[in-house]
Ligand binder design. Structure first.
Ligand SMILES: [Zn+2]
Length: 138
């Protein structure tokens, strides 16, 4: 099946690939700050350079684009039907890198939360998820 619907969305996604300080990142940052939590940005000393780092809580948050990080069961996470020879290895290596990064962080005692781009469109659901994560103690 050709995914015409997501074509426009995808080109929008493409335009943000690897751009820093994307809309979803800024949104999550502001939201978490508004909830009263303080954090550091893009800790280069940690695997995968997590977007938000809560050192005292041993917690990190990644904000992931649904396409680039292949959000499962998400319309924006579907593989492009065209040019798959180009996309397949790229997207697969992203998924594998995400898994490696998470494993390395967990092994080092960090708790990891991934906030997907599409979740930033539903803050009423995202807020309790972020709060539960940050308040949880291992
Ligand atoms: Zn998604």
């Amino acid at each position: 099946m050709v995914d015409k619907i997501s074509e426009a969305r995808r080109s929008w996604n493409m335009s943000r690939i690897r751009s820093h300080d994307t809309g979803p990142e800024i949104f999550v940052r502001k939201l978490v700050y508004a909830l009263g939590y303080r954090f550091r940005l893009s800790a280069v000393d940690l695997p995968g350079k997590p977007d938000l780092v809560f050192r005292r809580r041993h917690a990190v948050i990644f904000i992931h684009g649904c396409f680039w990080h292949q959000h499962a069961a998400c319309v924006d996470g579907s593989r492009p039907s065209s040019n798959s020879q180009y996309w397949e290895p790229k997207l697969r290596s992203n998924i594998e890198r995400d898994l490696r990064v998470k494993a390395a962080l967990v092994a080092a005692g960090w708790r990891v939360l991934v906030v997907w781009e599409c979740e930033t469109k539903k803050p009423e659901q995202l807020i309790p998820r972020v709060r539960d994560f940050l308040e949880a103690r291992k």
